[in-house]
Design a protein. Structure first.
Lengths: 142, 142
């Protein structure tokens, strides 16, 4: 049975469920950063998923990426499955700017995360749910 | 018309062509590191590809990843489309080990690349072509 990794749980806000995944917002106000976690137990690489779930994951990732880039008017998207620290399969989607603190390097392990103020997180999650409802067919039950 | 980015050209060896991509070996002996570059001009994000090319790219990436993890007996695969330094769309596939010099961080920008000796690169490319011929339907004309 799927259970979200404790570190992912601690470092993120729940946004919504998609057909395959749990969609999470990284609690770091420095970067617009969303994570798709397929709700499949015991998986650490995308190719460990069934072929049909691989396809769903990629389609969800593409829709999320396209939305993020437009919504945040980002200069670049970073999309990555790393999992060196948290082996549970999760796919990062990060809107990057030429002006952000990590540019042009990757964001992982750079500086100290800046947690969102609670009301800012609530506002942001609301706008993400609204913007992503159609492309990702979201449900909001955890 | 597609032309490989000059920095990718300088930093890699040509391995083969797939249905959609050019397959490159990063010239850094510290990490088994392969890159898929869709041969489509003017693309910087995977979702800029047509939907059918998105599907082909992902399928090629999954086959390459599965091969790399098994062939190199890696502890983890890192798969990423970043493009902060080279905007031409390219998808990294890196076999990672708990014992490698960058673990558990990402590899980009860490230390100094260690170029392969010429004969080692030739041997390695040969074994990659052999191992990937069937899953990736490679052709060897550049």
């Amino acid at each position: 049975m799927f259970e979200l990794d404790a570190r992912l749980e601690a470092d993120t806000y729940f946004v919504a469920k998609t057909a395959l995944c749990r969609l999470l917002l990284m609690d770091d106000a420095r970067f617009p950063w969303l994570i798709l976690v397929p709700e499949v137990a015991g998986i650490s690489e995308p190719f460990d998923l069934s072929e049909s779930d691989q396809t769903v994951l990629w389609r969800e990732s593409m829709r999320l990426s396209r939305f993020l880039k437009a919504h945040y008017q980002a200069d670049k998207l970073n999309i990555a499955a790393l999992g060196n620290q948290v082996p549970q399969l999760h796919l990062h989607h990060i809107a990057r700017y030429h002006s952000d603190v990590a540019w042009p390097g990757p964001v992982w392990g750079i500086g100290t995360p800046e947690p969102y103020a609670a009301e800012e997180a609530t506002r942001l999650i609301g706008s993400l749910r609204e913007g992503l409802a159609l492309p990702l067919s979201l449900t909001l039950t955890a």
